[in-house]
Ligand binder design. Structure first.
Ligand code: PSU
Ligand code: MN
Length: 321
């Protein structure tokens, strides 16, 4: 068990000793989110996956930093016990996006962080690489409902590269790409020319940029921030071919899930978790296995990118020297 360090510049932030040391030396660190644990998968697979993902980051030569809000503290580098507790709490955990942070912190509550709030807390800690499953996006019908995930706005302003398997087609992927373009967010296909759609390698939406190595990703990150451009970037890493799901099966489940959500009047922050749980239930264990595999795949790529980015940006004299 590590001792949490409170950094002087942000009195709300607790960074585990292991992560703080890695950051002080400019060593590679990969941030991981916690809503994927509480709301993205059922217990106990969520906890097993979260721990396996941390192992994969370590095996790739980086230090994992799973992030959540614990008792009102912005916590970077959760303990195994904290991961277990969040996993058991499941969908009863508070889902914390940017707009929820102030109240959850002020009232000293515990909550799971989304892509948006995990990016924000990672950036506060000085972590530049974050691996997850899928990002939020513009929902179908967003041109009328205005339901656009805060993840996209965070990508527009917070300097963290998010390694993901694209986004689920519960969303409107075309609108999502338009929104990212408007807000100046680079979307790089990793060894692909197309935006992956989470369970499937292909979506039919072409990307403007393809990168084939972790070094090429790190070079893009260094260029973005080195020239002073704000914001993050999306590194879209397709699910491995052997776990790719039949498009017809997924499309059918998504249509049913969307119809159920409409019939039950689900909206706001409940919308994404509802759709995720419905799609998972309708496709059974098969989608869970795919989900676990793509998260692991993103953790491995995230570690490789963090290693390359650390090498490119490491100070000649270690900061702690
Ligand atoms: N998509 C997934 N799995 C997830 C999420 C999205 O395939 O677990 C979670 C992530 O935490 C993401 C959040 O940041 O849902 C988006 O929620 P909303 O659409 O309410 O912003
Ligand atoms: Mn929403």
């Amino acid at each position: 068990m590590t001792t949490a360090l409170t950094t002087p510049h942000n009195p709300y932030l607790d960074i585990s000793a292991e992560v703080a040391q890695a950051l002080a030396y400019g060593s590679p660190v990969v941030a991981l989110e916690s809503t994927i644990i509480s709301h993205g998968m059922p217990y106990p697979d969520n906890v097993h996956t979260a721990l396996k993902v941390e192992d994969a980051v370590r095996a790739g030569g980086a230090i994992p930093a799973t992030i959540a809000i614990v008792g009102g503290r912005l916590t970077v580098g959760l303990s195994t016990d904290q991961i277990e507790t969040l996993g058991k709490t499941g969908r009863d955990a508070i889902k914390v996006s940017r707009r929820d942070m102030a109240m959850v912190v002020a009232t000293q509550q515990t909550g799971a962080t989304t892509v948006a709030s995990t990016m924000l807390i990672a950036a506060m800690a000085g972590i530049r690489v974050f691996a997850t499953g899928g990002i939020g996006g513009a929902h179908r019908g967003a041109q009328h409902s205005f339901d656009v995930s805060a993840d996209l706005q965070e990508l527009a302003q917070t300097p963290v590269a998010v390694v993901c398997a694209g986004a689920k087609s519960i969303l409107d992927l075309g609108l999502t790409l338009e929104y990212l373009e408007t807000h100046g967010v680079p979307v790089l296909g990793y060894q692909t020319d197309e935006l992956p759609a989470f369970y499937t390698r292909n979506s039919g939406y072409a990307l403007n940029y393809r990168v084939d190595t972790p070094l090429a990703v790190a070079q893009a990150m260094a260029a973005q921030w080195g020239m002073g451009l704000a914001g993050g970037m999306v590194i879209a890493n397709p699910i491995e071919a052997e776990f790719d799901m039949p498009k017809a099966l997924i499309d059918q489940a998504i249509e049913t899930a969307l119809a159920d959500a409409a019939a039950q009047g689900v909206s706001g922050k409940a919308s994404t978790p509802f759709l995720l749980a419905r799609v998972a239930a309708l496709t059974g264990g098969r989608s869970l296995a795919s989900n676990v595999s793509l998260v692991m795949n993103n953790a491995r790529l995230g570690a490789a990118v963090a290693v390359q980015y650390a090498a490119l940006t490491k100070p000649v004299i270690p900061k702690a020297y």
